[in-house]
Design a protein. Structure first.
Length: 187
């Protein structure tokens, strides 16, 4: 059992000091994932990597009874927190500037790639909510791959499914999201 797993288990048992020991071990990884996530945002995005990591961390430490015993579970929750923060940020920005038609999201096969077009995070969030109603696992896979930057193997571990199933569901979810986002943008 790795040190991160041991600390996560201790934290889930109520040991708040485990959280203090956990942060230095995961900070660089969270920062890298946040940087990749922000790299897919629209030009001129003002939320910085460090701020996204710190806001996500604050959401995570606010959880009363965490039940995360693996790194994958923790990263899945961190991905969801980052998604919520980016959606809230986009809503705030759009409330101040109505009609700001952001470009269409292109969900590439290579999540780590910085060649992805800018993201209309609100459109993506709405589409993910619709996808979740149709297929919760596919929505979760998109969240893990897109927001947490998990690869196929880590995603399969986080949702307890085979890599082959994750690949298949990822392809299907991307195609569905592309059709929804394309229809919404008039393309």
């Amino acid at each position: 059992m790795g040190e991160v797993t041991q600390l996560l288990e201790a934290w889930s048992r109520g040991d708040r000091s485990a959280l203090d020991a956990l942060l230095p071990l995961i900070y660089a990884d969270l920062r890298r994932r946040a940087h990749n996530c922000l790299g897919r945002e629209r030009d001129g995005h003002t939320l910085q990597t460090t701020a996204l990591v710190h806001e996500a961390y604050l959401k995570l430490v606010g959880v009363e009874h965490p039940n995360w015993t693996t790194r994958g579970q923790f990263l899945a929750v961190a991905a969801h927190a980052m998604r919520e923060i980016l959606v809230d940020y986009a809503r705030t920005r759009n409330a101040a500037k109505r009609g700001a038609g952001a470009p269409l999201l292109m969900i590439s096969d290579s999540i780590e790639s910085h060649t992805v077009d800018s993201v209309d995070i609100l459109a993506l969030d709405r589409a993910l909510e619709q996808l979740s109603a149709l297929d919760e696992r596919q929505a979760r896979i998109v969240e893990l791959r897109y927001f947490a930057g998990l690869n196929i193997e880590d995603t399969s571990s986080a949702i307890n499914a085979s890599p082959a199933l994750v690949k298949r569901e990822w392809r299907t979810a991307r195609a569905w999201l592309y059709s929804q986002l394309s229809a919404g943008s008039g393309r």
